[in-house]
Design a binder for this molecule. Sequence first.
Ligand SMILES: [Zn+2]
Length: 408
Amino acid sequence: MTQRLYYDNATLVDFDAHIVARRETERGPAVQLDRTAFYPTSGGQPHDTGTLAGIPVVDVWNEEEAGPPGTVWHLLGATPVAADDETVHGIIDWARRFDHMQQHTGQHILSAACVELYQGNTVGFHLGSAASTIDLDIPQLSWEAAFRIEDAVNRVIWENRPVTIHTVTHDDLKDMPLRKPPQVTGDIRVIWVEGYDVSACGGTHVRSTGEIGLLKITGIERYKGGVRVAFLCGGRALRDYRRVLHALRETSSDLSVAQDEVPQTVVRLQEELQTTRRALSKAQGQLLDFEADHLWEATPEIDGVRRIGVHWIDRPFADARAIAGRLRERPRTLLLLAVSEADGARLVCARSDDLPHVDAGAILREVTQALGGRGGGSPSIAQGGAPVHPADVIMATIQSTFTLRRFE
Ligand SMILES: [Zn+2]
């Protein structure tokens, strides 16, 4: 059984111990110590990192089920050379530990405030690498309510109330205002936030609430019939404020408006963009009308049919289709339009309804096959594609298809 030094003192960052067991895991060598200040992942709080005998400690876990109670394993970056009777020195990564202490103690106060103000019980807790979350058993929580909760929590933080640890028996619990019943047997570790919250917990906590600095709720979402509340404490809240303010400062500078005017400016720009897009789309349509008119008028009628063959380079195929749609509304018109894109040619062939004996699908198949491609469609309109060809080859193929045919 490992003596857990952090149980009594979360600020203890270096300690001496002896290795009492070793084993090889799939992830590397692991050791068990007679005493440890390393916190193992549990109760929603991630493990500590640091060094043991100068070797990185990369994971710490408690093997409650497989080993005797309180068996803590330390996964190491290399196998330690120290003999089992030799003293090894452990050092906790304090920045990471203190960050976890701030988030975790903040969670106790947040959970208590949710009960106090909105009868919301915490049914889940996760301390993530970015944000932390609690899950509440109430159907909803407005931002207005969240701000009231934040105010209550930060009042407790700024009152700098002592946070103390007590080890008690189940009998002692009867007289304690415990927020929720403990899930462990035997002696119970209880965390008191003086005059505000009493919780059974095995995690690491700050010594007084002032060390949390600040708690900010950053997200509210519906989750499994309840509410998931995301929050940041202390250094994380500061870094997030820095990040958000930087983004706002950049945006307000790019828009040349005051920071408070950014939201309404973005709405105005979105409206302007929509109006501009509609105007552009209308102008593009008019341009295509004009282009179709010009093509039709510039093409002479041969044997009573206008045969319009055009090849464009680097133009959207949608333009070709739009022009084809306009031209087939004209009388006695057959068209074959091609566009060369970076990866090949795309073609559309169509005819007006007054040329029912002309099969646009057959013409398109003939041209695309001649160019080593394929395509198909109905007798009135068809489209297809072919590999890359020089512009003169595509144009010559279109011309020969038209020239070799007579359309009555
Ligand atoms: Zn706790």
